[in-house]
Design a protein around this ligand. Structure first.
Ligand SMILES: [Cu+2]
Length: 147
């Protein structure tokens, strides 16, 4: 291997390692586990269920650049849910739209402006664990529906 080839080889290796490290930081399981721990619904009773206000189960969530906070909710089937989705203003693929198959029809578009509260309503029909996410499925959360 001559000197030029060697330099090129080292440069490519460094670039590949940098890509791997930044990829790991972005999607490391540690980050996701961490957000799971402190992403509790603050608007819940002692059993973890969303509080009912005026006949609606109110869940409140903030959309951050690459996560939802909180990202786990527990609600009861058959009672309307008022999902208040506040935009943080941080740009991310989760800021413009959300999908929640089985709960919401198709794509729900969000106003991504900082502090904007997007109110989404649905009535969960049957018990189950429902996932919600950005349209690409990268940023994720869970709504657990119980009977
Ligand atoms: Cu995405």
């Amino acid at each position: 291997m001559n000197k030029n080839n060697k330099t090129q080889y080292i440069a490519i290796t460094i670039i590949l390692i940098s890509i791997l490290i930044s990829g790991y930081i972005l999607i490391s399981p540690k980050n996701q586990a961490g957000s799971q721990v402190y992403s509790q619904n603050t608007n819940q009773n002692s059993s973890g269920l969303a509080q009912v206000v005026n006949g609606k189960q109110v869940i409140k969530m903030t959309v951050l650049g690459a996560s939802y906070s909180p990202n786990y909710f527990k609600v009861k089937a058959g009672i309307p849910v008022q999902w208040e989705i506040t935009s943080s203003g941080q740009s991310g693929c989760d800021s413009g739209a959300i999908i929640a198959n089985g709960l919401l029809q198709g794509i729900t578009y969000l106003n991504p402006g900082a502090g904007q509260v997007n109110v989404v309503e649905f009535t969960p029909q049957s018990a189950g664990t429902y996932k919600f996410s950005c349209t690409m499925g990268m940023v994720r959360g869970t709504i657990e529906v119980i009977n």
